[in-house]
Design a protein around this ligand. Structure first.
Ligand code: HEM
Length: 514
């Protein structure tokens, strides 16, 4: 029996379901509730989300020992929750830590704030992400992309997922903190990445606390102290030097000094969370887009032709990559590619809310404090909105106008990502520079794993690619792995090895990350 058939057969007896999902307690009561093992469910959320949607449709609930979490899959439910910030509060996935702890302060970024505090902080934190400010970052991003590309050589194999991670560590550090020293940038970036991962591990462990969880928790609190000291050091150095820098932290520090904007405590939280929100989401978006382009040679050829025709520069000789995204038919091939890649493989896999008062949501009467999850991983693949949803078809964006709650790679409503325009500018510049200088192809037979981790859609097995001179010889490679659960690769030759996992799988049974 092929691996694909095995996995489809396992749909009704997924590892995280308690007993047979079809006869779960909720279904007997007529409500779309499924009893699960929370620990198992959170280990394979990619399968879990899709499995719940297949079982229940636009809204579903999971339950274990009286604890309940609701999942929204349709644009209508997304809108009901995401547009109402009074009733539905943000629920940041991190562990908050004890009052007055560094952990508590490091997690006090926009993602964790609500009400008036959120509105005030958002007004200030948004400033350095306006289109005018982004315009000043363009040349720096171009230079940093060139630095990365100068170290690549035709004939080499590289893990492009790791390259993008390192690249975004440098770019994020530079834009947020103005760091010129790459070693210091890596150190701080790695520290924040480690902190984000630890938060996730402790968050999952908190459901079933044991000794290992307690050790991790201690480790997290200590790491937060070191992180806070590093960030406070940066803030103080800026004040001491009367820094007039254009990086985000400098702008935020100045706004504090001039307008009584944010306190140092708020600055620490904003800086840590901004870095965490920016660097891996953008790195994964770049990785997924480079994979999709390499495996769709026809699209890649058209993109390459567009680059050749427009030279990539505007009338003033500056990179043509910053500024607002035009709409519909005015979208360039590059912008259609980016939109479609973020639809198919959204780097931010899910976010959460918590209801601040008792509410009626679809068929559920929810007591105050119920967790509510929404995920573009399902909404972006709804066939009633996106025909052939698993196919990479950038041209669909010439005519398609989904509501902001049906296409939400950057979230939607009053908590829409403030870094969306800067992330898009980085991705435009990086793709243009990488793909005018080199041709990239997936290493034949590569296994491309994908997994939901720390709320992101992560390439678990890296992205091994070969670097070539830009010779225009675009062609897809045979490859295996879970990526085939989310994307149908029309142009890719079949993998002829023993592993049958390249076969398209509609809804996979949950598996541990590889
Ligand atoms: C491709 C890259 C990115 C993706 C996919 C992404 C995705 C998202 C999503 C989905 C949200 C909404 C979360 C929610 O509603 O709970 C969000 C919020 C946010 N993002 Fe991004 N983001 C990206 C890049 C960035 C960058 C570059 C920055 C900053 C430098 C940033 C900073 C933020 C902040 C501060 C929020 C919270 C906004 C609020 O709650 O008011 N993001 N992002």
């Amino acid at each position: 029996m092929s691996a694909a058939i095995d996995r489809n057969a396992a749909l009704g007896t997924a590892e995280f379901a308690r007993g047979d999902a079809g006869s779960a307690a909720g279904l007997r009561s007529g409500l779309p509730i499924t009893q699960v093992d929370f620990g198992e469910f959170s280990r394979d959320m990619l399968s879990g989300f899709r499995w719940l949607h297949k079982l229940h449709g636009p809204i579903a609930m999971i339950e274990e020992g009286g604890q309940r979490v609701v999942f929204l899959f349709s644009p209508e439910f997304n809108q009901q929750v995401l547009s109402d910030t009074e009733r539905y509060h943000a629920r940041f996935f991190t562990v908050r830590g004890p009052k007055n702890s560094a952990q508590r302060r490091c997690t006090c970024g926009l993602l964790a704030m609500n009400g008036e505090q959120h509105r005030r902080n958002r007004r200030v934190v948004k400033e350095p992400f306006g289109l005018r400010a982004i315009g000043t970052y363009g040349d720096t991003i171009v230079r940093m992309t060139d630095e990365m590309l100068d170290s690549w050589r035709p004939g080499e194999e590289r893990d492009i997922a790791e390259e993008m991670r390192q690249y975004m560590l440098r770019v994020t550090s530079r834009l947020l903190f103005g760091l010129d020293d790459p070693e210091a940038a890596y150190r701080l970036g790695d520290m924040i990445a480690q902190w984000v991962t630890l938060n996730q591990e402790v968050g999952v462990g908190a459901l079933v606390p044991n000794e290992q969880f307690l050790n991790l928790y201690e480790e997290l609190l200590k790491l937060a102290e070191v992180l806070e000291a590093e960030i406070l050091g940066m803030i103080r150095r800026r004040r001491a030097s009367g820094d007039a820098g254009a990086d985000v932290l400098s702008i935020l520090v100045r706004s504090h000094d001039e307008d009584g904007g944010l306190s140092d405590e708020e600055l620490v939280g904003q800086a840590a969370v901004l870095f965490g929100a920016a660097h891996m989401t953008t790195a994964h978006s770049l990785t997924w887009t480079l994979l999709l382009l390499a495996q769709h040679p026809t699209v890649m050829r058209r993109l390459s032709d567009e680059f050749a025709a427009d030279g990539g520069l505007d009338g003033g000789g500056r990179p043509k990559a910053v500024g607002a995204l035009p709409k519909g038919e005015e979208l360039s091939m590059l912008d259609r590619v980016i939109k479609e890649s973020m639809r198919l493989l959204p780097a931010s896999a899910y976010s959460q809310r918590i209801n601040n008062e008792a509410v009626r949501l679809g068929p559920f009467d929810l007591p105050r404090g119920t967790g509510i999850v929404f995920t573009p991983l399902v909404t972006h693949h709804l066939p009633e909105i996106y025909s052939d949803p698993e196919k990479f078809q950038p041209d669909r964006w010439m005519t398609l106008r989904p509501s902001p709650y049906a296409y939400h790679p950057f979230g939607a409503g009053p908590r829409l990502c403030i870094g969306g325009p800067v992330a898009t500018a980085i991705i435009r510049i990086a793709l243009r520079q990488i793909l005018t200088r080199y041709r990239l192809s997936v290493v034949p037979g590569a296994n491309i794993g994908v997994h939901v981790e720390s709320t992101m859609l992560v390439p678990t097995t890296g992205l091994p690619m070969q670097i070539h001179e830009m010779d225009g010889q675009f062609s897809a490679s045979p490859m295996t792995g879970r990526i085939h659960e989310l994307v149908e690769f029309d142009d890719a030759p079949a993998f002829s090895g023993d592993d049958a996992t390249h076969a398209k799988v509609e809804v996979a049974a949950p598996r541990r990350p590889r």
